[in-house]
Design a protein around this ligand. Structure first.
Ligand code: FMN
Length: 168
């Protein structure tokens, strides 16, 4: 059973878990994948609730997201998914079916075509309304040196939150 919640109602729970890892799931036609994100935010822009995720060019997810233009973010709150987070946050969907390897259940989204992770408690379904590639010349030098030494920058995807709910 699921209960709809306002997009910012469980912001505290989201922001506490996010640095430890949340599942970013993307489906491009029959290609389904999930990866871990630790950075992002929820906000209110263009009169819309927005979930911002940041995906590096090197990720398989980046290639899928460029076509899919929608994503879900699933947050584990009560269940300990540390093993799955470690796997999905280090292995690529190019090499593994992470759902199979980690026994994760792809459950249908309510609004978007992209599934959610059934084992998680809190879910955001999003449609990309804007994206922005990072401009290397505009990043402070300390962050550039620390985070982008290899030149593998992030693309920022702003997803309108079209559904937000928790599983009981
Ligand atoms: C805690 C944690 C947070 C992470 N946050 C991000 C992130 O915000 N953006 C990103 O591009 N990669 C992030 N990663 C790395 C990706 O999850 C990892 O490279 C993954 O294997 C990519 O999978 P893919 O190639 O199937 O897309 C994070 C990893 C961990 C463990």
């Amino acid at each position: 059973m699921t209960t709809d919640v306002k997009y910012n109602e469980l912001a505290k729970e989201l922001l506490e878990q996010l640095p430890k890892g949340a599942f970013l799931t993307v489906k491009d036609q029959d290609r389904l994948n999930t990866m871990i994100i630790g950075w992002g935010n929820i906000s209110f822009i263009w009169q819309k609730p927005i979930f911002l995720v940041m995906v590096r060019y090197s990720r398989h997810t980046y290639q899928l997201l460029e076509n899919a233009k929608e994503f879900t973010v699933s947050i584990p709150i009560n269940k300990d998914l540390r093993k799955a987070i470690a796997f999905c946050g280090t292995k690529s969907g190019r090499d593994y079916d992470k759902f199979k390897e980690c026994n994760l259940t792809a459950e249908p989204g309510k609004v978007v075509d992209t599934p959610i992770i059934g084992e998680c408690d809190l879910h955001y379904e999003c449609r990309v309304v804007y994206q922005q590639a990072m401009e290397p010349a505009l990043i402070s030098e300390d962050i550039r040196k620390k985070m982008y030494a290899e030149g593998d920058y992030h693309v920022m995807y702003f997803g309108e939150i079209v559904a937000c709910y928790k599983k009981e």
